[in-house]
Each structure stands twice: as structure tokens, then as C-alpha cells.
Ligand binder design. Structure first.
Ligand code: PHB
Length: 399
């Protein structure tokens, strides 16, 4: 007698069905049919460590969009498979292979940390699994590593940093800056993006400081900044590390004499913890707390109702990752096997994001406005558009 269970590897199940088609419908238990009907979404995100809050916000945003669609995308219910990647690149390949090989997911959503996301993108490219990056800005993912099945709902590390460099030079009239960040892809690419934008305005980056991720012993570097006396400091930190850095910068008294700039990650989702130390800071990002559009108001209301907290940029990126997936699935009636059509539909989608509508570049990165924001109370208030419809150059992408 043939017994089929959900634990059988899908290939064995398919072979069995092919040889005994008449038995298949009878033999397949109802719960197994349900399981096959569900779309498997692999969430590989940090749920511990300095980026833990970011992972949770992304998942919340993703689930909110799915819930708004009645719990289904293109008629298919969603089954979530979750992994805490700990923002640990060394475990990235092993972790993503659990989702691809063991859980046989239809789509990968992740991650926050650029190093982890690069390991995921490599595996997605090799296996052909659809992947949507809901945060990690690694320039390479929409650069030399770009692939037909890999998309991003967030930003490239270059984008907000480049926009900030222009503002620091053109608007704030700064001439000599220093950068400080964690020594890994995201920090280094952000520092370089700032330098590129700033030096276009005639400014000069005099020193680039780093410390290992996710260290928060900033004191020696703050002393170095105080001694060098630049006109401005540009910092990339996020999550728990950003909270600590902004507080330490203020505690050292530096915010009184040397303005601190950054991509908006420095003050997004962190303001309650940063309190007084962040007031007045200028940052650039593809989201702000006071956009006040009907689309954003509806999103913020729904998010606050569902999760009893305000959304941040990470929540928006998670929400939009689900929107991108939905756009692809709609074009293939939920059949993820029709890969070329699925990818093409995501590529062409115009996403009605809370941040404002966006499309994707040739390398699959959002082409979007970067807002200039100022911290006022617990809000990153939008005070202007720093770069309109800014596209990552996608250097090295051959698609
Ligand atoms: C990244 O590693 O790419 C990264 C992490 C946290 C952020 C932004 C970028 O807020």
C-alpha cells in the first residue's frame, strides 16, 4: 500500500504521483493537500543581538500586508518558516540552506545584515529560489551579484549615504568631515557613499574610523574625533548600536560643536531610547514619520493597531517585500513554478509603498526619494527631499 505523508521529500512524492496518478488523489491525506497548497515563506532575520528589533519590525510589516489581504496572496495561504540568523555571516550559508533544502521554501525573505544577506543571495542565485531582501543594503546584491530572482524592497548602502553627503556639502556648507562605522560591508559602503556625495560638493573626508561589528566601545574613537575637530561627522550604526552611539556622542559633548549626520538608521526605531541626545539631528532616508499622505496614514494606523507601537523604516520594508511578492504571484496565479513570468512581474511592479510609490532599477533595487529628516521629540520629521528618484548606479550588474 502506498502511504504519502508530508514528511516525504517532495521529489519522491512527485515521482510517486507520476507513476500512480489514480491512487494519488485517494492516498494523499487532506492535511498534506493543504500543506501543498500553502505558499512557503522563509523568514531569515535577526531575532537576537543588536539588530533584533529590526527583524521583528520587518516580520510585523510583512504579516500586516498579508493580513490585509485576508491572510492569502494570489489565493494561497502562507506558511512561515523562521530562522534567527543572529546577524552572523559565518552561519549564513548553513542557515539559508535549511530553508532551501530542508523546508523547501518558495521564497526567501531576508536579511538585515549585509554579510548574511550576501550569503543568502549566493544560495538563492544557485538554487533559483525567489529572494526579496527587506533591509540589507549590500551594494553587491544589486551590483556584481545581481540575479533575475533576487530583489530588494529597501535600499542600497550607497543610496541614503550619498544623499547625506550632498546635503552636508551643499546645504550645510561643511568642508571637512570624518566617518565612523562598524567594519563590515554596510558600514564601509555607507562611509564611501557619503564620501562620494560630499566630495562632489568640494568637501573632504579627512579620516574614516571603524570598529568591529557589533562592538559599542566608542570612547577611544570619540576622543580621536574631538582631537581632530572636523566640521561634521557621518556615522552608520543601527539598532542597539545606534542607540548607544548617539547617546555616547552627546555625553562626550560633541553634539554641541560637531554636527552628527547619518543615514536615517541612526535615528529610526531608536528615538525613545535616545531621548534628548538625538534632538535636532539631520539624517537622510527613504522614509520619515511625518509624510502625512493618505497611504502612509492608513499604514501607520493599521500597524499601530496591530502591534501597539509605531512603525519605522524596517516595518515599511517588510510590508513592501510582501507587496512585491504579491505583485509577482498575481501574475502567475500563485504558481511559483512559472519563474520567468514571476520575476518579470516583480521587476515591472510599481509598489504603492507607505514611503511613496517606487519602481525597481534594472538591478532590482528601489528607485526612490530620499527625505531629509530632523529629529523632533520622538519623530524623524520630514523637512525636505534630499535626492529625488535616486537610483543606485548598480555598478557591475549584468542583467
Ligand atoms: C546592513 O547590514 O546592510 C544594514 C543593517 C542595518 C541597517 C541598515 C543596513 O539599518
Amino acid at each position: 500500500m502506498i502511504r504519502l505523508t508530508t514528511t516525504l521529500a517532495p521529489m519522491i512524492r512527485m515521482a510517486t504521483l507520476a507513476t500512480v496518478p489514480a491512487l494519488a488523489a485517494i492516498a494523499l491525506p487532506a492535511h498534506a493537500q493543504d500543506a501543498q497548497g500553502k505558499l512557503k515563506v522563509g523568514l531569515m532575520l535577526p531575532y537576537s543581538g543588536t539588530y533584533a528589533a529590526l527583524g521583528t519590525a520587518i516580520e510585523n510589516g510583512f504579516r500586516l500586508y498579508v493580513d490585509e489581504q485576508g491572510g492569502k496572496l494570489a489565493g494561497r495561504e502562507i506558511a512561515f518558516f523562521k530562522i534567527d540568523d543572529e546577524s552572523e555571516p559565518a552561519k549564513g550559508t548553513e542557515n539559508v540552506n535549511k530553508l532551501i533544502r530542508r523546508d523547501n521554501v518558495d521564497v526567501l525573505v531576508g536579511s538585515v545584515h549585509s554579510g548574511v544577506a550576501m550569503a543568502m543571495a549566493r544560495a538563492a542565485r544557485e538554487s533559483g529560489t525567489l529572494m526579496i531582501v527587506p533591509n540589507a543594503g549590500a551594494d553587491a546584491i544589486t551590483g556584481p551579484m545581481c540575479a533575475p530572482n533576487v530583489f530588494r524592497s529597501s535600499f542600497s548602502n550607497w543610496q541614503p549615504a550619498y544623499a547625506m553627503g550632498r546635503v552636508a556639502g551643499e546645504q550645510e556648507k561643511k568642508k571637512k568631515a570624518m566617518t565612523i562605522t562598524w567594519k563590515y560591508a554596510a558600514g564601509e559602503e555607507a562611509a564611501n557613499g557619503f564620501k562620494e556625495g560630499f566630495e562632489k560638493t568640494g568637501g573632504q573626508v579627512i579620516r574614516q574610523l571603524t570598529l568591529p561589528f557589533p562592538n559599542v566601545e566608542f570612547q577611544a574613537l570619540l576622543t580621536e574625533i574631538a582631537a581632530a575637530k572636523p566640521d561634521a561627522v557621518f556615522a552608520f550604526f543601527a539598532g542597539g548600536g545606534a542607540v548607544k552611539f548617539v547617546k555616547d556622542y552627546a555625553a562626550a559633548g560633541l553634539n554641541k560643536s560637531i554636527p552628527l549626520y547619518g543615514p536615517g538608521f541612526l535615528t529610526d526605531g531608536t528615538l525613545e531610547a535616545q531621548g534628548e541626545s538625538a534632538q535636532g539631528m539631520l539624517t537622510t532616508l527613504h522614509y520619515a514619520d511625518s509624510l502625512n499622505t493618505p497611504r502612509d496614514r492608513a499604514f501607520r494606523l493599521a500597524y499601530a493597531k496591530a502591534y501597539k507601537m509605531q512603525p519605522d523604516v524596517y516595518a515599511v520594508q517588510g510590508y513592501d517585500a510582501a507587496q512585491m511578492l504579491a505583485a509577482g504571484l498575481a501574475a502567475v496565479n500563485g504558481d511559483v513554478g512559472r519563474k520567468a513570468e514571476l520575476n518579470a512581474a516583480i521587476e515591472k511592479a510599481r509598489i504603492d509603498s507607505p514611503r511613496g510609490p517606487f519602481t525597481l532599477s534594472r538591478a532590482h533595487n528601489p528607485v526612490q526619494d530620499f527625505y531629509l529628516r530632523r529629529v523632533e521629540g520622538n519623530e524623524n520629521r520630514m523637512i525636505g527631499v534630499a535626492s529625488k528618484a535616486l537610483a543606485d548606479p548598480g555598478r557591475g550588474c549584468k542583467l
